[in-house]
Write a protein that binds this ligand. Structure first.
Ligand code: COA
Ligand code: AMP
Length: 627
């Protein structure tokens, strides 16, 4: 293995205080931390406990103070409106300081929460940074979620203010956000004081008594300076899907996060202050938080925010136009986007048309990078295609080739090596480490490094139960896989009921909760099945109540609509099969894992506790998709 990588990994694990203490030098502190890691209360760990800082000041003010105010901070490229808008660091700082003034005038102070429900517009990043400036944790909710999901997050985060927009644009379709927000607020127990609404010309929204107009309040706003916060104070809460319907509020602190962002962009992604970086994701996901907003701005480089899809509007060459036009040096996207592009442009003709000489690396994450997509992208782009594995909880990569620190050889099918700071191991069901080449549960030995979740919002107990109880002393990732003899990790998929649809993380449990409310449904199981473009898609199997007759087409349409209405279009449930029975254990537990295995074509052992093997045998052809 490379010497620099080996040394960083060794030091990060055996001398974490020195290693992360040095990395803390990448950040401007108001009060330098005297302690690196507080491990006095396991399994809760706190990084830089007595440090004080402001994350927004690290992302903006310090670059302006260092005479880099004229550098382009943010390029918003909107394929759906045909507009490109740029902000220098000085301009972005001005907008953010005034947005912070708006929020403060609406009563937002340090510690108050702000929910942001917006399409991918610069104002979303401005609102996030304005919250960081005030020390007010933001909670961004992805626009593809339905009112009920938004409402659940509002009730958990209890925001004083909500920032939203009149509409988003999906391809050529205008999605009105304001009615969705209003509907969500009909469902919540919690009432925010005010909603700040960005009016977009594609669909202006009528404003109600709770609402103020973004442009008007920004015009009248006084800029405010950064508020000093403790390193362990929360910067944001980002909800993610778990195995149950209730989303988990992942907490991110200020200090550890800023250090992890400042360390990871150059070391993992090989991107420095003079580069142009593009994470083609959405601020509603962790990739958007870490690598559209915080890491590139803390590093001082240019970040591209692209509003549009990789295909369709205008065509499968959209990404390559953006790379050429803005001179992108590093592009980060999900394999699903590359598969969608490959489907429309299999020969890479639209790639060949462009001058992509600026591009050094394509990064892939969010789901497994299949070897075909790896090979296609490598061949047509002619740059290293680097898989990296992480999750909302960790905030930054746990496994990747370290492009800046020590670019080791790549292996198709593997997100490469364990990133320094993450003591990733593979264990069996008893928590014993398994030999190289043997599949098991992927876990990380505690403490997790800076920038990872310290707990769940308002729920220490759920944090411990969900992540730390299965294998004491370890954080359980929920993923399964193996390490090879060279220490390369292979991530094979989730071991729980979380699925990944087009790079979007969803809970089949929450879909089951919706499907089971259909009046004709006695019981159901939703599992993720393979899809050529989206990686996985949900598929529902329903058993009807005794004596019920249903037209399968009409029933499918109703169930699809219910899931879309309650969870959102992003759930993408399209397939519903009516079956006579579901395979269960004798104690009544549905054998979802066995169903998943058969659907994926694996030789899945049938548990000895199965109640009636005949039910599974009858279902198998349907699961396998036999004609
Ligand atoms: N607001 C409102 N609706 C949204 C939305 C948003 N922010 N995002 C998605 N939707 C809707 C879509 O319009 C679509 O609606 P439809 O069913 O009426 O067509 C539905 O949710 C499903 O969207 P999606 O899963 O994105 O499918 P798609 O067919 O529109 O696009 C891909 C497929 C692969 C091109 C697209 O999913 C993609 O680019 N994925 C990459 C995701 C990513 O970057 N993830 C971050 C991890 S790095
Ligand atoms: P999210 O929290 O939305 O980022 O989703 C995290 C989950 O996506 C992980 O637990 C994995 O199941 C999956 N995932 C993310 N990146 C990869 C990758 N590079 N390879 C395989 N699976 C991945």
């Amino acid at each position: 293995m490379g010497a620099a990588y080996d040394e960083a990994r060794r030091r990060s694990l055996s001398e974490p205080g020195d290693f992360w203490g040095e990395a803390a030098g990448l950040i401007d502190w108001v009060t330098e931390p005297t302690q690196v890691l507080d491990d006095s209360r396991p399994p809760f760990y706190r990084w830089f406990p007595d440090g004080e800082l402001n994350t927004c000041a690290n992302a903006l003010d310090r670059h302006v103070a260092a005479r880099r105010g004229d550098r382009i901070a943010l390029i918003h490229d909107s394929a759906v409106t045909g507009k490109v808008t740029t902000f220098t660091y000085a301009e972005l700082l001005d907008r953010v300081a005034r947005c912070a003034g708006v929020l403060r005038s609406l009563g937002v102070e340090k510690g108050d929460r702000v929910v942001i429900y917006m399409p991918l517009v610069p104002e979303a990043a401005i609102a996030m940074l304005a919250c960081a400036r005030l020390g007010a944790p933001h909670s961004v909710v992805f626009g593809g979620f339905a009112p009920a999901e938004l409402a659940a997050r509002i009730d958990d985060a209890e925001p004083k203010v909500i920032v939203s927009a009149s509409c988003g644009i999906e391809g050529t379709r205008v999605v009105e956000y304001k009615p969705l927000l209003d509907e969500a607020l009909e469902l919540t127990a919690h009432r925010p004081h005010t909603c700040v609404i960005l009016q977009r010309p594609q669909a202006a929204a009528p404003l109600g008594p709770l609402d103020v107009d973004w442009a008007q309040v920004m015009d009248a706003a006084e800029p405010v300076g950064p508020v000093t916060v403790g390193a362990t104070d929360p910067l944001y809460v980002l909800y993610t899907s778990g195995t149950t319907g209730k989303p988990k509020g992942i907490v991110r602190d200020n200090g550890g996060h800023a250090v992890a962002m400042a360390w990871s962009l150059p070391n993992v992604y090989g991107i420095g202050p003079d580069d142009v970086w593009w994470a083609a994701s959405d601020v509603g996901w962790v990739v958007g938080h870490s690598y559209i907003v915080y890491a590139p701005l803390i590093t001082g480089c240019t970040t591209v925010m692209y509003e549009g899809k990789p295909v369709g509007t205008p065509d499968a060459g959209a990404f390559w136009r953006v790379v050429e036009q803005h001179g992108v040096n590093g592009l980060f996207t999900a394999p699903t986007a590359i598969r969608a592009i490959k489907k429309d442009d299999p020969q890479g003709a639209l790639i060949a048309e462009r001058d992509l000489s600026s591009l050094r690396t394509l990064f892939q994450a969010g789901e497994r990078l299949d070897p075909d997509t790896f090979a296609w992208a490598s061949e047509h782009l002619g740059v290293p295609v680097v898989d990296n594995w992480w999750q909302t909880e960790t905030g930054w990569p746990m496994a990747s080739s370290m492009r800046g620190l020590d670019p080791l050889p790549l292996k198709p099918g593997s997100p490469s090596v364990r990133v320094p700071g993450f003591d990733v191991r593979v264990v069996d069901e008893h928590g014993h480490e398994v030999p190289a080449g043997t599949e098991g549960n992927i876990v990380v030995r505690l403490p997790l490094p800076p920038g990872t979740l310290p707990t769940l919002w308002g729920d220490d107990q759920r944090y411990v139960e969900a992540y730390l109880s299965a294998f004491p002393g370890y954080y359980s990732t929920g993923d399964g896989g193996y390490l090879d003899d060279d220490g390369y990790l292979y991530v094979m998929g989730r071991t729980d009921d979380v699925i990944n649809v087009a790079g979007h993380r969803l809970s089949t449990g929450s879909m089951e909760a919706v499907v089971s409310t259909h009046p004709m449904v006695a019981e159901c199981a939703v599992i993720g099945v393979h899809d050529q473009i989206k990686g996985q898609v949900p598929r529902a199997f329903v058993v009807l109540k005794a004596g019920t007759q249903a037209d399968p087409g009409a029933l499918q349409a109703e169930i699809v609509e219910m899931v879309r209405d309650r969870i959102g279009p992003v759930a993408a449930l399209r397939q519903v099969a009516v079956v006579p029975a579901l395979p269960k254990t004798r104690s009544g537990k549905i054998l979802r894992r066995t169903m998943r295995g058969i659907a994926d074509g694996r030789d899945e052992p049938v548990p000895s506790t199965i109640e009636d093997p005949g039910v599974l045998e009858a279902l198998a052809p349907l699961l396998r998709g036999d004609p």
